[in-house]
Ligand binder design. Structure first.
Ligand code: ADP
Length: 263
């Protein structure tokens, strides 16, 4: 019996070893590598603002007699970077909950045009700084079956990006279209665009096509990862098309049965 047990044991460990080294090890190694990259990214994302906060607070502490206007500039810098960290941590917590399956959607038929107008108004101060106009051309009768909080979050991410990466005195248009039996919700801007080679990477966590602009505008590199999760959870498809210098179009492809026209 002992011998049989040993033979089975050796065989199992051999088979196990084979499976682990042959088929399983590679994906495990890749996933560990991804995990390590992610932790390195998070550390970097937080270390930079922490350094800026500390430097500015050090200056304030070591120069108590400097004019109050100067002190305010240093404190403002520290404040802005703290806000950035708050955003990174908030976005990461959202994605962690999403990964853990802790976010459930509560869907209802929503007045789409009203939701878009309301959400755009929240971003008006940002748009006004660059004299950007936002046009909502959605039929007021449109009702979309969606989770209100998540849809609002998705619209904020897309409009915030459209504003961040747009040039001054341009327009952002939100429109709808029906194509191939699907309903399309479109966000079009006249901004800097996304180079073709970056298009399929912008959904990755912390990936930025335009690093300098993203940082300058307070971006976290996590917005589109969140947007994609929200779209996927609704069974919608998020598609981004763009060319550098030609503006960007984000399309949400929505099943026709999620749309109802109110009389
Ligand atoms: P971020 O916080 O940096 O904006 P996102 O995940 O929302 O992060 O977007 C990832 C990257 O995709 C951005 O850093 C930017 O380079 C690019 N991007 C997203 N939306 C647009 C847009 N409307 N126009 C141009 N580039 C965009």
């Amino acid at each position: 019996f002992l011998i049989i047990a040993m033979v089975i044991g050796v065989t199992l460990s051999f088979v196990g070893g084979y499976i682990l080294s042959g088929r399983t090890i590679v994906p495990i190694r890749k996933s560990i590598q991804k995990q390590q990259e992610f932790v390195a990214n998070v550390s970097h994302e937080l270390r930079t603002p922490i350094a800026v906060v500390l430097t500015n607070l050090d200056v304030v502490k070591s120069a108590p007699k400097e004019p109050v206007e100067d002190q305010m500039v240093w404190l403002d810098n520290a404040y802005d970077e703290t806000k950035r960290m708050e955003k990174v941590v908030g976005d990461l917590l959202f994605l962690a909950k999403a990964d853990a399956g802790q976010l459930n959607l509560e869907k209802e038929y929503l007045d789409l045009s009203y939701l878009i107008t309301n959400t755009s108004e929240r971003l008006m101060p940002l748009a006004a700084k660059k004299n950007i106009s936002i046009y909502n051309t959605i039929d007021e009768r449109t009702r979309l079956y969606a989770d209100k909080m998540r849809l609002t979050q998705l619209v904020i991410i897309l409009l915030d990006n459209a504003i961040k990466y747009s040039l001054e005195n341009t327009t952002i248009t939100i429109s709808t279209k029906e194509e191939r039996g699907l309903y399309q919700l479109r966000f079009k801007d006249q901004g800097v665009g996304i180079p073709v080679e970056d298009l399929d990477k912008v959904y990755e966590r912390f990936y930025r096509a335009d690093k300098a602009r993203s940082r300058e505008m307070g971006g976290t590199g996590l917005g589109l990862s969140i947007a994609k999760w929200i779209a996927d959870e609704h069974d919608w498809r998020l598609e981004i098309s763009s060319e550098a210098g030609q503006g960007t179009m984000v399309r949400l492809w929505i099943p026709r049965e999620n749309i109802r026209m109110e009389e």
